[in-house]
Design a protein. Structure first.
Length: 99
C-alpha cells in the first residue's frame, strides 16, 4: 500500500478520491502497527524479563526491547508525518494544489 501511495503521489496530476482512500488505509495500518509494537513491548516482552534473566538471555531481551521500542517510535514518527496536514491534506494528492 505504501508503494501504491508513493506511485500516486508521483503520478497524479490532480486530486482523486482514490488517493484519499489509499491514505486513510495507509494511516490506519500504520497506526495499528504503532499499537501492536506498544502492546508487544508492554504486555508480552517486559513481563517476561525474569524468564530471560534466569536463562542467561539478557542480550536477547535487550535486543527485543530496543528493537520493538525503536521500530515503534519510528512508526509513530512516520504516522505523524503522514497525517501532519490533517484529513484535508491526506485526501489530496498535492498536485492539484500546485505541489
Amino acid at each position: 500500500l505504501m508503494n501504491y501511495r508513493w506511485y500516486l503521489i508521483n503520478t497524479l496530476e490532480e486530486d482523486w478520491w482514490g488517493f484519499g482512500v489509499t491514505n486513510v488505509l495507509t494511516v490506519a495500518g500504520w497506526a495499528g502497527r504503532v499499537v501492536m509494537f506498544a502492546y508487544l513491548l508492554v504486555a508480552e516482552i517486559v513481563p517476561r524479563r525474569a524468564e530471560y534473566m534466569e536463562n542467561g538471555q539478557a542480550f536477547a531481551f535487550s535486543v527485543m526491547v530496543f528493537g520493538h521500542a525503536g521500530i515503534g517510535l519510528l512508526s509513530l514518527y512516520w504516522c505523524l508525518v503522514m497525517t501532519r496536514g490533517g484529513y484535508v491534506a491526506c485526501s489530496r494528492s498535492g498536485r492539484g494544489r500546485g505541489g
